[in-house]
Design a binder for this molecule. Structure first.
Ligand code: SF4
Length: 185
């Protein structure tokens, strides 16, 4: 059944945004995108991804909320202290999304993170559910992995910047060492 409910979509980058946004719109959700990704290191890389996302959102007339705060020290400390770095990273970003949705009076939130075949879907789902429980905002979980190849195709054709690593400084190192961050699959 179609819905016309508003939804705040946590967006990590332009390529992931393309297919996820289209899919949720097909379901009838009215999308507002939200960029909160303090896990993207360094600053220049964050700027590059945000720029790509902004251009895409503008081209599709999708409202975009941007969290300008970039608490680098806090983020690195959190990732270092976490039992599972990626779960903590998801939880931080999805909690911020749920909180922003609450502020904006939007009753649903979701994320582009689950389009990636490299992320742990169970952890994304669990982090979203926990953020939902804390905020009272409904988490719309979808496993978007079947759209991953399409996101690559669209971003190549439209020349949308595609990042070569997940985001944090650890994943930037790990791509050269051919390692997976704890929590990635
Ligand atoms: S590898 Fe990606 S999901 Fe995991 S902590 Fe780093 S930025 Fe976050």
């Amino acid at each position: 059944m179609k819905t016309t409910e508003p939804l705040l979509l946590h967006a990590c980058c332009g390529p992931c945004m393309t297919v996820v946004c289209e899919q949720l719109q097909r379901e009838g959700f009215a999308i507002t995108a939200f960029f909160y990704n303090p896990n993207i290191h360094p600053w220049k890389e964050r700027e590059r991804r945000l720029h790509a996302l902004t251009e895409y959102a503008d081209s599709k007339n999708i409202p975009l909320e941007i969290e300008e705060e970039y608490p680098l020290e806090e983020n690195i400390r959190m990732l270092l202290d976490a039992e599972n770095r990626c779960y903590a990273c998801f939880k931080d970003r999805l909690t911020a999304t749920a909180d922003r949705a609450l502020e904006l009076g939007i009753e649903n939130f979701s994320t582009t993170l689950s389009v990636s075949p490299y992320q742990n879907q169970a952890h994304i789902k669990e982090a979203g559910a926990a953020a939902s429980l804390e905020s009272g905002v409904r988490f719309i979980y979808r496993d978007f992995r079947e759209l991953y190849r399409e996101s690559i195709k669209i971003s190549r054709e439209a020349e949308i910047y595609r990042q070569p690593y997940c985001g944090c400084v650890f994943s930037e190192r790990d791509r050269y060492l051919k390692l997976k961050s704890p929590g990635q699959i």
